[in-house]
Design a protein. Structure first.
Length: 95
């Protein structure tokens, strides 16, 4: 059965309310979904909000990718540097 983007996002929000222990993980996946649907600004807002709750190197990596997709090279590089500051071994995953 086909679900619209808005229905999928609503489903994710419902899952968050039903599974509060999985909130961060589900909202991270929401950010990935938004990125996959080319809703870059919404995805950026999602990952930035997650970083307000607790910094996570993969959030910064996703933000870097999103800014690169928007042509914001300087911001992308700053976010990649922050990613590697938090977890240097991620350089291997960036290749």
């Amino acid at each position: 059965m086909f679900r619209s983007e808005e229905e999928v996002l609503s489903d994710l929000e419902e899952l968050v309310s039903l599974n509060p222990n999985e909130r961060y993980n589900l909202l991270y996946r929401k950010g990935l979904y938004l990125k996959g649907k080319n809703r870059y600004q919404e995805a950026i807002e999602q990952f930035e909000a997650l970083n307000q709750e607790g910094e996570f190197e993969w959030n910064y990596y996703q933000l870097a990718l999103l800014h690169n997709l928007q042509g914001n090279t300087e911001t992308c590089l700053l976010l990649l540097a922050k990613t590697l500051e938090l977890r240097p071994e991620l350089v291997e995953d960036m290749r």
